[in-house]
Design a protein around this ligand. Structure first.
Ligand code: NAI
Length: 436
């Protein structure tokens, strides 16, 4: 039961939609907890060892039931937590309420918050009640940018103290890239552990989590049958290969578009058709962009697409499908034909844009299944712990999580699935070392 390790509630600063939703939120968090056995193991250890005692943690993550279990784990470890939403569309208001009421977390998040409110929430989380954080947890780099990036316009909420800041974690590829650019400009003065660069994260979350949930969002929004259709996946990175594999598994023919020749070759050898995006534009029924890049599908693609084409984005930002080009190419304004489905008519052909080009698995489905987040959030919790107990080990800059931690996470997950694996004998280890 998730509640065992929780601290007694106090009255944190907060801004949530409706505190009376707390009961429903607790049920939702507990449901996810049942699929997060590895986080639960870490939570029990944290409750015994209290490695985060007295620390202030600012988190900007998707406010969902799975995050609820991570936050409970940080609380069990002794931290005070301020939480804002990485994307207001994914916020579960009942979870936000439960974390405030039952867990004493300072949640600043409301589903659908406008941009001004969203930025105010991020500022509130980053401030940690005015004292500034010891640790940050980011999903897109926003908190650390707010705290450290002098090139950004001054926050309307005023400067936030960074004297106690020990470091942070980053959940996404895009956020890690952004923080590396900040480091190149000399602005990143603390270590950041890029949890998305762990092997466990890449395999479990990016490939299997994004692969399944991006298609889940697409199907919930459209209810189309994928079997017999042609799905174009633009970007064959750690996420794109999951989307391609799942689409094939559902009976679609898949065309992969890439700019990296090695990844394109990999896609071909894995049995996918590979083509330039302009050619694929003429053949696809469904398009999923997942590159982390901008303007991946533009006017020249839209003008070649077939009647009824569906366009979805699974990349972090809503810049992969050029919305400006789509509006410019269309014969008239977009019409919402179903929730989260807008129809544009381009040269007499109907193109359907899902979720306004925002990340489809969050906007049109529920993000990753809890068992995927089990590993990601174990990674987060252990990374935060490492930044405290092993702090001398990490210089300022963006780091991968240590390989031993990565292997330990996979071992814990396997054991939670009841799976044992072999170990090298001492002779085999010696033999391997001799060769390397
Ligand atoms: P990655 O770097 O492993 O793969 C991206 C691939 O896109 C690369 O192979 C690159 O060569 C290719 N690419 C870049 N520009 C292109 C273009 N114009 N045309 C064709 N291919 C192009 O990145 P990863 O981890 O797969 O992430 C991709 C995006 O998805 C990022 O924005 C990331 O933040 C986001 N993401 C989304 C998740 C979700 O839940 N929807 C989860 C994790 C990451």
């Amino acid at each position: 039961m998730a509640t065992s390790a929780r601290r007694s509630p106090h009255r944190p600063d907060h801004d949530v939609a409706d505190r009376s939703l707390a009961g429903a939120g607790e049920d939702r968090i507990d449901w996810a907890d049942a699929q997060m056995p590895v986080v639960a193991q870490v939570r029990e250890r944290f409750a015994r060892e209290r490695p985060l005692d007295g620390l202030r943690i600012a988190a900007c993550l998707h406010v969902t039931a799975e995050t609820g279990n991570l936050v409970r784990t940080l609380r069990a470890g002794g931290a005070d937590v301020w939480l804002a939403a990485a994307n207001p569309l994914s916020t579960q208001d009942d979870v936000a309420a439960a974390l405030v009421v039952a867990d004493g977390v300072a949640v600043h998040a409301r589903r659908g918050a406008d941009r001004g409110t969203y930025l105010r929430h991020q500022h509130a989380a980053a401030s940690c009640g005015g004292a500034g954080p010891h640790l940050t947890m980011d999903d897109g780099g926003d908190l650390l940018a707010l705290l450290l990036d002098r090139d950004l316009p001054a926050s309307p909420g005023g400067p936030i103290p960074t004297t106690d800041l020990l470091g942070g974690t980053e959940e996404t590829t895009t956020g890690a890239l952004r923080l590396r650019l900040l480091a190149e400009r000399g602005g990143l003065t603390v270590p950041v552990l890029a949890v998305n660069e762990a092997d466990t994260h890449r395999v479990v979350e990016n490939r299997h989590g994004t692969g399944q949930s991006a298609l889940d969002g697409l199907l919930r929004a459209t209810n189309v049958l994928l079997a017999g259709r042609t799905v174009v996946v633009v970007g064959y990175g750690s996420c794109g290969r999951g989307v391609a594999a799942r689409a094939r598994g559902m009976g679609a023919a898949v065309i992969v578009c890439e700019v990296d020749p090695i990844r394109a070759l990999e896609a071909k050898l894995e049995g996918f058709d590979v083509a330039p995006a302009l050619e694929a534009a003429e053949r696809g029924d469904v398009f999923v962009t997942v590159t982390g890049n901008r303007d991946v599908l533009t006017r020249e693609h839209f003008e070649r697409m077939r009647d009824g084409a569906i366009l979805a984005n699974a990349g972090h930002f809503d810049v992969e499908i050029s919305l400006r080009d789509l509006a410019a190419a269309a014969d008239g304004p977009a019409v919402e034909v179903r929730p989260l489905v807008e129809r544009y008519v381009v040269g007499g052909r109907r193109l359907h844009l899902l979720a306004g080009g925002r990340v489809v698995n969050l906007a049109a489905a529920e993000g990753y299944p809890a068992s995927v987040m089990d590993l990601s959030f174990t990674n987060q919790a252990l990374a935060v712990e490492a930044l405290v107990v092993d702090r001398d080990r990490f210089a300022p800059g963006v780091h991968r999580v240590p390989p031993a931690m990565d292997a330990e996470m996979a071992r814990l997950k396997l054991s939670s699935l009841g799976i044992a694996i072999d170990a090298l004998s001492p002779e085999q280890e010696r033999y391997g070392r001799a060769w390397s």
